[in-house]
Design a protein around this ligand. Structure first.
Ligand code: ADP
Ligand code: MG
Length: 572
């Protein structure tokens, strides 16, 4: 470790400028020494022999002349078995352990090991002495929950190495040596089950990146059928305050068909993060019946944490997500809200006195957003397995105006856009994804022509609705009125979904295909109503029967019975 030292020159908020003698790096970790305490910081700019550091803690009391130690190491996370089901802050401090040790108010300068290094895992080697390996190659595995956690050659090992020693099947602590490898220079390197990786660098220890194609089934009908997300793809959920972004991500985290969910919570409301932390650990996984937390990692910003820690949390989340993708798993990263992250960037940029771009965000805002979403992807790993990382981020533009830099920058890079509408959430139409504004570049598992037909009816229905506002219902033909009723029907029974009903909250693929077929039959049917009243009565009843159907468990007697009632009413 380097021994480069320096002194504080000035302090502006959480930004500290300091001098140094020797070579230091962008993004390396430094510590400000204050009354014997070590305050963690990251070097974010080096100019004219001055290092600008963002300090991850309260800088109160720091003054010119205080000591600085430059670590020579990038801001990193610790990778290894035991990350699943953890709740970390943006710097990978385990929050429950922190709270146990220190109470709610974390003392300045305290850190706790991100992984339990003493914890014992059952290791099974997959390689033998004499074999040649390189970064990302799998040396063995340990079971972690229901998954096989691969123990790999660290990703920053750029050469080929010969295995000199590898532990036999057995129980080992994370910190114990499990292999010794020899590099080209003849030096032997001891490996444990854990290693560090710098958060701002994507993990690329795979064979190739593939084009996302398969749908990631979220079990939210409006998404899967109309605006699908692909495994390894990206999507964003912009929406005004209170439109349902956070609830939507919570529902997704419970029901989406993925192996692992990573939640990066940068809460908008003070209580929101606490809610996540107190509720989530007790939730049952609706698919496995085990606890949801076993396959979840939460990265969480408490409101007392400075902006810089908030900025690092999305990188920490992305790195942990990429790591589990290396296991050949399907990982979903949900970031809520990326606007908070962008605001942190804006504050930091302001303190660096950089030339501001639009709305005072830094000029590099778009490229930062792009490089975050680029960490998603479907990859073929070195052992032939395929893993995916899907990223979904919420954006909370002030006043719900999507014409602002963060929303626009995000829309340029993501594969799907789920725009939430205030009008829909005010009308309690949930999920409040606007079917007229949203889009997706990915392929749905539902037949394309049926999706097209349904969208056309939604658009036409909206037109008729607009017209009726002008000319009144009397001025509308029965034909047009039926189009409007069909659109309303589709919205009520299919787009909307009751997130608080055990059955309706999540619709599996087979059921979506099945039910959507019936919906389309109705949308296609030429009805002959004698009056608008007749039409209204008919659709009113149909809607009720259909919503009741949505509440029946798939393929039960009750489901089939309800289906017959619906079939009867649309026959003839
Ligand atoms: P945002 O994160 O966009 O600010 P929230 O997700 O916190 O908004 O939602 C605000 C409120 O709207 C919730 O507290 C809840 O009452 C209601 N809500 C949001 N989504 C749903 C839903 N799917 N079903 C029922 N109510 C919802
Ligand atoms: Mg929210």
């Amino acid at each position: 470790m380097s021994e480069i030292k320096g002194k504080v020159l000035s302090v502006t908020g959480n930004m500290v400028a300091g001098d140094f003698a020797g070579d230091i790096m962008q993004n390396e970790v430094a510590h400000i020494i204050k009354d014997g305490k070590r305050l963690k910081a990251e070097v974010i700019k080096i100019k004219n022999n001055t290092a600008y550091m963002q300090v991850f803690e309260n800088t109160k009391g720091i003054k010119a002349g205080d000591g600085i130690e430059y670590s020579g190491k990038m801001l990193s996370v610790r990778l290894g078995p035991g990350i699943l089901s953890q709740i970390y802050d943006g710097l990978q401090n385990p929050l429950p352990e922190m709270a146990k040790a220190f109470g709610i108010f974390l003392p300045i300068g305290e850190e706790i090991a991100p992984l339990a290094m003493e914890k014992i895992w059952e290791f099974t080697p997959l390689k033998k002495t004499g074999e040649i390996v390189s970064r990302g190659d799998v040396l063995g595995f340990v079971p972690e929950g229901i998954f096989k956690h691969k123990i790999m050659v660290p990703f920053n090992f750029t050469e080929e190495y010969e295995i000199k020693k590898i532990s036999a099947k057995g129980r080992y602590a994370v910190k114990e040596e499990i292999a010794v490898i020899k590099g080209q220079d003849g030096k032997e390197i001891s490996l444990t089950m854990s290693f560090d990786w710098p958060v701002k660098y994507p993990i690329t220890a795979y064979k190739e990146k593939l084009k996302p194609s398969d749908a990631l089934v979220t079990r939210i009908r409006v998404i899967d059928t109309f605006f699908p997300v692909a495994k390894g793809g990206t999507y964003c959920i912009p929406g005004p305050f209170g439109a349902g972004k956070t609830v939507m991500q919570q529902i997704t985290s419970r029901h989406a068909e993925v192996d692992i969910v990573i939640i990066a919570a940068c809460g908008e409301r003070a209580g929101e993060v606490v809610e996540t932390l107190t509720e989530f650990p007790f939730l049952k996984d609706p698919r496995t019946g085990r606890t949801l937390m076993e396959r979840t990692i939460i990265i969480c910003n408490t409101s007392s944490m400075p902006v810089s820690a908030r900025e690092s949390s999305v990188y920490t989340a992305a790195t942990l997500a990429e790591y589990y993708r290396q296991m050949g798993l399907n990982v979903l990263l949900l970031a809520d809200s990326t606007s908070r992250w962008a605001q942190a960037m804006r504050e930091i940029s302001g303190r660096l006195e950089e030339i501001p771009g639009e709305e005072a965000y830094p000029a590099y805002l778009e490229s930062r957003i792009a490089s975050f979403y680029e960490r998603a992807g479907l990859v073929r790993l070195k052992d032939g397995e395929v893993g995916s990382l899907t990223i979904g981020g919420t954006v909370s533009p002030a006043g719900g105006n999507f014409e602002e830099p963060v929303t626009q920058g995000t829309l340029k890079v993501v594969g799907a856009f789920h725009g939430l509408s205030r009008a829909r959430s005010d009308a309690r139409k949930f999920p409040s994804i606007d079917p007229l504004e949203s889009w997706s570049k990915y392929k749905s598992f539902i037949a394309e022509e049926n999706v097209k037909l349904a969208k056309e009816i939604l658009f036409k229905g909206a037109e008729v609705n607009q017209m009726m506002k002008v000319v009144g219902e009397e001025g509308t033909t029965v034909e047009d009125y039926v189009v409007y009723l069909k659109a309303e029907f589709l919205d009520n029974v299919y787009l909307q979904q009751n997130g608080f009903d055990d059955v309706d909250a999540a619709t599996i693929k087979e059921r979506q295909e099945y039910v959507f077929n019936v919906v389309c039959k109705i949308l296609k049917k030429r009805f002959s109503f004698s009056s608008k009243d007749d039409a209204r009565k008919f659709f009113y009843e149909l809607r009720h029967n259909f919503i009741d159907w949505n509440y029946k468990e798939w393929q039960t007697e009750a489901f089939k019975k309800q289906e017959k009632i619906i079939a009867g009413s649309i026959a003839g």
